[in-house]
Design a protein around this ligand. Structure first.
Ligand SMILES: NCCCCCC(=O)NO
Ligand SMILES: [Zn+2]
Length: 342
């Protein structure tokens, strides 16, 4: 299986995030990708290739012009005001306010964010642009006939919607790839999001569509981030009714519960009959993950990969979350090895 990876991810490393009322080092750090890459090489998964550059066009098939304009200009505008620290939002068009796009940079940042966990730094745009190119390069490999590929994306993407960032996500890599598959002739694409957190962005992008089936297995929003999307009754809307599946689980869920949810999701994906399967591969479901509360152990990721392989579909794995840095490589690559039948 080929892995696509860009060192550009290193250009995005924010100063910190609010944890327990204190500003602390970011969980979403460059070392995450370093550990996954090292494990890919250690386990000889396959060649590691730099991404091709597919430009802005496929990104603009998912994200709005205003949003992409903001992301590309935000840092320069922030720096031009004499700032050197990371750019962070603080005011959002919450309920009872008016979601009218302001003219000023700070207002626009809040308009295009749903939380304070998508900081903008000098290198953020280049990093997220390259992360999307990594995903698109993986998609091109599948389109060229490969049965599987791994897009080692960083920063992740599944919380980003068409014009709103959050949760360490800016460009929705898996959504950009899904649209590219359809634009190149696929009739049906399935997205299986196994990250601990609900992929609210991915859900919102395809919610009223029947050409992309989205399944999420995640910590219930009744207690877990992103808190405001991911309930089981969210089944899609309009043409998309029945093409969105949420399987929210309780804190402390281990393989017995999680694996059963995976079985449900896989059966729905099989019934949908996609031309291609995209997996939002977050491994923050791991028992020692510092920000999550599921109890999967490393061998469970082998079983996860085996079950996904049994669907028999061309499959692209797109890296999302996972913050137990010492084990992120083992767990992510276990999925790939389980898929390959190691
Ligand atoms: N306190 C912010 C939590 C952001 C979650 C990031 C993630 O892993 N999403 O999948
Ligand atoms: Zn996550």
């Amino acid at each position: 299986m080929l892995t696509f990876y860009s060192d550009d991810h290193r250009l995005h490393h924010a100063q910190g995030e609010m944890v327990g009322g204190e500003f602390k080092p970011c969980f979403e750090m460059p070392a995450r990708a370093d550990h996954v890459l090292a494990r890919v090489r250690e386990r000889d998964i396959g060649e590691v290739l730099a991404p091709r550059d597919f430009g802005l066009t496929p990104i603009a098939r998912i994200h709005t012009a205003d949003y992409l304009d903001f992301l590309q200009k935000a840092w320069a505008g922030w720096a031009a005001q004499g700032n050197t620290a990371d750019f962070l939002p603080g005011v959002f068009p919450a309920r009872h306010l008016r979601a009218k796009r302001p003219n000023d940079l700070y207002g626009q940042y809040g308009f295009h964010s749903f939380d304070c966990f998508a900081p903008i730094t000098a290198g953020t745009w280049q990093a997220v642009y390259s992360s999307a190119q990594v995903a698109l390069s993986g998609q091109a490999e599948i389109a060229a006939g490969a049965h599987s590929a791994f897009a080692l994306c960083r920063p992740p993407g599944h919380h980003a919607s068409a014009d709103v960032m959050g949760g360490y996500c800016y460009l929705n890599n898996v959504a950009i790839v899904a649209q590219a598959c359809l634009d190149q002739g696929a009739a049906r694409v399935a997205i299986l999001d196994v990250d601990y957190h609900h992929g609210n962005g991915t859900q919102s992008i395809f919610y009223d569509r029947d050409d992309v089936f989205v399944a999420n297995i995640h910590g219930s929003p009744s207690f877990e981030y992103p808190h405001f999307l991911g309930y089981a009754d969210e089944a899609g809307a309009g043409r998309g009714e029945g093409f969105n599946l949420n399987l929210p689980l309780a804190a402390g869920s281990a393989w017995d519960i999680w694996g059963a949810a995976l079985e449900t999701a896989c059966q729905r994906i099989a019934a949908y009959g996609p031309d291609v399967l995209l997996v939002s591969l977050g491994v923050d479901t791991y028992q020692n993950d510092p920000i999550s509360s599921f109890k999967l152990d490393s061998p469970d990721y082998l079983r996860m990969g085996e079950r996904i392989a049994a669907l028999g579909k061309p499959t692209l794995f797109v890296m999302e979350g996972g913050y137990a840095v010492a084990e992120i490589g083992i767990n992510a690559v276990n999925v790939l090895e389980g898929f390959q039948g190691a």
